[in-house]
Design a protein around this ligand. Sequence first.
Ligand SMILES: *Cc1c(COP(=O)(O)O)cnc(C)c1O
Length: 433
Amino acid sequence: MVDRRKFLAAATAAGAVSSAQDKPVRETPLRGDYHGTQYYDEKERAELMEVFETRRPFRWYGSGSQPPMKVLTFEREFAARMQTKYALAVTSGTAALQAAMAAFEIGPGDEVILPAWTWHSCCSAVVLAGALPVFAEIDETFNIDPSDIEHRITPATKLIMAVHLQGNPADLDPIFAIARKRGLRVLEDCAQSVGGSYKGRPLGARGDIGIYSLQLNKTITAGEGGALVTSDPVLFERAARFHDVGGLRAPHEAAVGKPALGPFVGCNMRMNEFSGGVLLAQLRKLDLIVGSLRANARQVYDGIRDLPGIRFRKLPDPAGELGVSVFIEFKSREVRDRFVAEMRKQNVPAAPPGGSVILPALDYIASKRTVHPNWPSFTSPRGRAIQYGAASCPRTIDILSRFAGPHLDPKFTRRDCDDIVAAVRKVYPRVAG
Ligand SMILES: *Cc1c(COP(=O)(O)O)cnc(C)c1O
């Protein structure tokens, strides 16, 4: 048993030697929460209850004389918000990626270029389509390095996947310049940047297809969910058919005008009306959430950008960034890790880049593991020859090891952001100076 008097005496002594400078910036740790669910209120409740009370949980038909309208209304408002002609709601961001592969008619023999640092689904969608993933390095935006794309293009390349990671738009101008010159399609994966923009246009609008995740960790959410946007009627029709066992329902048929295709083998990725209702309420709050995130990010950037030598993650369009985190560059992993440890002591946590994985370095990808040994992605000479593994993406590994920063939250107050600024101003010069 610890003697209580001795314990208190020791604690007091320790307090006396620690200078005021070592008093943490905050008494309790600053903590964010999932963004979308913090905005749940009577709007989401009313949407849910309406689906419940009308007993119409399925998007295409149900009891009563009125057609169910939640998912359809969500699609219409989502397309309007993203400034595209069409939007398709699906069950997840992963499903949206698979529907996009189908829309682009990607299959065995095709190659898709994607960043080495992104989410599993980006690679799995390509492999599940039977095509070959070809990884490019990231740069200091944490997104695909436009200068690392062109030398990876072969006659089999069909698509470039531009993924906007952790709220930061990928640099689309040079990516589209390459794609147009080489006759390739571009898919924008906006899963981690729902509501962000690039040079004034919503992310996802410029790509041949844009996809979004509406899972818990993303900007707006119904727990699970996804969406796909395009302004090309044939791409939309193929995605819509793929998502609904090859068929095209009347409202989608009306949207494309005259169908260009017949039925083909597809999946069921239909969103239900409960999710559609919640997402409709969430979508109507998207600009509010994005505005709060950006205001907080601006306060933090402005409060620390004068620190001598400080360098941030590169932002190709600072006005379009979502502002979910402020990443600072360090000269080595050791210095970065010291910064993270010191920030924790201030009760203002900072974290390395997260929410994605260095895909080629994962064992299951390096060893090309699929559900069947004859998977078409890896049976061609090119598929057999291509080498993944950590050695294939040294720059990606290096960049990710040298950055860290505080995560921001749309519900942080000015005081919270002042604390972040104070902690960085205290810790950064100590560890990096
Ligand atoms: C989350 C995520 C996905 C997949 O979305 P789910 O809804 O989880 O299936 C795809 N791409 C990126 C970049 C993601 O972060």
